[in-house]
Ligand binder design. Structure first.
Ligand code: KIV
Ligand code: NA
Length: 271
């Protein structure tokens, strides 16, 4: 099993690999492929549950899926997102919800979006001995404030603020920081400025690790952001397979002999 120390010690030596998963089967695939970290992202809401944003995702939905993912992994480090409003509203609720995720799902860490605005919550969660991953840049739970899914930290003041946030997160004790949708040179600078690993998505090559949404990289979705590389074409392949099945059923080509059970004795006699 990969531990917090394994992840911390990879910085500057070896790239960290992370991928999302939302169910038992996919978790098994990622674990068998020997990914370092599996993330049950609240992207669950958009990718699996069909919501317009991540905002409607509930604690119960996260826990339901995270439990399945935990059952599918053996060695990968498991991180689970805290969904919108499950933290930062009330300290007691934030701590209770972070604890619930760890206690009920078997995850190794929780991830929270935000820098300064989330620091106090993160510190208190870490006080409960719960490892925390930070998340800066394009934080999808801020979609309404950002006015869409836009690259963050393009202007000097925003970039400086993000560097400060990263340092604050490091000081608070997070084990890693996800940098999403930021210019490559800013991600490079942040990676240099902190002693904990950065894990990038749409943040260029210089981060200490990379994360992608599994259905995007497997090619389930036609429209994906510029930063997504499709490593498979599962949408086309899946539709082609389902079409072939429909055709076979209609033609009477399926099930053919090899897919049919035979009785040992002549079963007709019973009837
Ligand atoms: O929810 C998610 O999948 C994420 C990753 C994109 C980092 O937070
Ligand atoms: Na997320």
């Amino acid at each position: 099993m990969i531990t917090v120390n394994d992840i911390l010690s990879k910085k500057g030596k070896e790239k960290i690999t992370m991928i999302t998963a939302y169910d038992y089967q996919t978790s098994k695939l990622a674990d068998e492929a020997e990914i370092d970290m599996i993330l049950v992202g609240d992207s669950l809401g958009m990718v699996v549950l069909g919501y317009e944003s991540t905002l409607p995702v509930t604690m119960d939905e996260m826990i339901h899926h995270a439990k399945a993912v935990n059952r599918g992994r053996k060695n990968s480090f498991l991180v689970v997102d805290m969904p919108y409003l499950s933290y930062n509203v009330d300290m007691k609720d934030s701590l209770y919800n972070a604890g619930r995720i760890i206690k009920e799902t078997g995850a190794n860490a929780v991830k929270l979006e935000g820098g300064k605005r989330t620091i106090e919550t993160i510190k208190r969660i870490i006080d409960l001995e719960i490892p925390v991953v930070g998340h800066l840049g394009l934080t999808p739970q801020s979609v309404n404030k950002m006015g869409g899914y836009k690259i963050q930290g393009k202007e000097k003041t925003a970039a400086e603020e993000m560097i400060e946030d990263a340092k604050e997160l490091e000081k608070a004790g997070v084990l890693a920081i996800v940098l999403e949708g930021v210019p490559e040179n800013l991600a490079k600078l942040i990676t240099k400025e902190v002693n904990i690993p950065t894990i990038g998505i749409g943040a260029g090559i210089y981060t200490d690790g990379q994360v992608l949404v599994i259905y995007d990289m497997l090619g389930y979705n036609e429209l994906v952001p510029k930063f997504v590389k499709k490593y498979a074409t599962l949408k086309e392949n899946s539709i082609a397979a389902i079409k072939k099945y429909i055709e076979d059923v209609k033609n009477g080509d399926f099930p053919s002999k090899e897919y049919i059970y035979k009785a040992q004795s002549k079963i007709e006699k019973i009837y």
